[in-house]
Design a protein around this ligand. Structure first.
Ligand code: ADE
Ligand code: ZN
Length: 351
């Protein structure tokens, strides 16, 4: 038993940094730092509509999800070759390892690339090479989750799934992202049914900007195993009961939610209420290059803004991230043992 009361508030920032954690909600294209966007634009002779890194950064003043997506897709337009995808993902893995991420499940948006003529094989090749390096050089395990863009048609999603089948061994699941409002989960019922039949794990963004009903339909129609964001679930107590009963994980992204104006500030984020309701909450970075920080920055700023969050909550969030991941129970057990050790040492002030 960890004695959380023996951990002083002053130890918390270090604990948040050092605790082993899994990241379950990161769009790899959202990890493209402005400097890398410009370097790749130059390497590939792609014209950007921003004259400088500073001008691009100045565009990172978002008013909602769509205002972000417009800039995010422009940034992704510099990705052409397997090397580009490898460089992007390798940069993320190095930052994640520095944050003590021990396992990461990465979203990627193939339609953003294939629509520009980039072969599906280039996307997989680059990402897979970076994953292999992360495993061997950083001891960081990872999986890929292929996201369908919900502003496009279901036929487009179905064609994308077919195109990805030669690389079936390289991805573990499918997700649903992009513009949420007006594109409910049920629009992709057939694509998700096909994915399930192929043995793919299913997750979906729901209840970020969209209503609680989208979360309900992600569960009932798409049969998702995790809900990405899901913060609007509190608007429907019946839904909260279902989510708690099923121990359904929510991959919450605090800095993203503030940047995209889902909440006015971190102090007003509902994460403490989600935890208090018994929901299996995790903390993630979403699109760290655009939203002001990687996973540890999310933890540190969140705990700074919400004094109700302490060592017990830090442990719960890290443990949830491991338990909600798609790694085996055996691997989960090993990671939880590492997590326990970090907290036990903090509680006995060995360090
Ligand atoms: N694509 C990248 N980031 C996203 C987000 N936060 N919501 C929906 N689609 C996204
Ligand atoms: Zn997201």
């Amino acid at each position: 038993m960890i004695d959380f009361s023996a951990i002083a508030a002053s130890q918390l920032p270090r604990l948040l940094r050092e605790m082993p954690k899994a990241e379950l909600h990161i769009h790899i294209e959202g990890s493209l730092e402005p400097e890398l966007i410009f370097a790749l634009a130059q390497r590939n002779r792609v014209a950007l509509s921003y004259p400088s890194v500073e001008a691009l950064k100045a565009a990172y003043a978002f008013t909602d999800l769509q205002s972000f997506l417009d800039v995010y897709y422009a940034g992704a337009s510099v990705l052409l070759t397997p090397q580009d995808f490898e460089d992007m993902a390798w940069a993320y893995f190095q930052r994640a390892a520095a944050d003590n991420v021990v396992h990461a499940e990465l979203f990627f948006d193939p339609q953003t690339h294939t629509a520009r003529g980039v072969p599906m094989a280039s996307v997989f090749q680059g990402l897979t090479r970076a994953r292999e390096r992360a495993r061997t050089e950083l001891g960081l395990s990872s999986e890929l989750i292929l996201c369908f863009l919900r502003h496009l048609s279901e036929d487009d999603a179905l064609a994308t799934l077919q195109e990805a089948l030669p690389f079936r061994q390289d991805f573990i699941g499918v997700g649903l992202d992009s513009s949420e409002r007006g594109h409910p989960p049920e629009k992709f019922a057939i694509a998700f049914a096909q994915a399930r039949a192929l043995g793919l794990r299913c997750v979906a963004h729901a209840g970020e900007e969209g209503p609680a009903a989208y979360i309900r339909n992600a569960l009932d129609v798409l049969k998702v195993e995790r809900v990405d964001h899901g913060v609007r679930c509190l608007e429907d107590p019946d839904l909260v009961r279902t989510l708690v009963e099923r121990a359904m994980a929510l991959t919450v992204c605090p800095l993203s939610n503030v940047k995209l104006c889902v909440f006015k500030s971190l102090a007003q984020h509902n994460l403490p209420q989600l935890l208090a309701a018994g929901l299996k909450v995790t903390v993630n970075s979403d699109d760290p290059a655009y939203f002001g920080g990687y996973i540890n920055q999310n933890f540190l700023e969140l705990f700074e803004a919400l004094p109700a969050l302490g060592a017990q909550e830090a442990y719960t969030l890290a443990r949830n991230s491991i338990e909600a991941s798609f790694i085996s129970l055996l691997q989960q057990g090993a990671l939880i043992a590492r997590l326990d050790k970090v907290f036990e040492e903090a509680a006995s002030s060995v360090r």
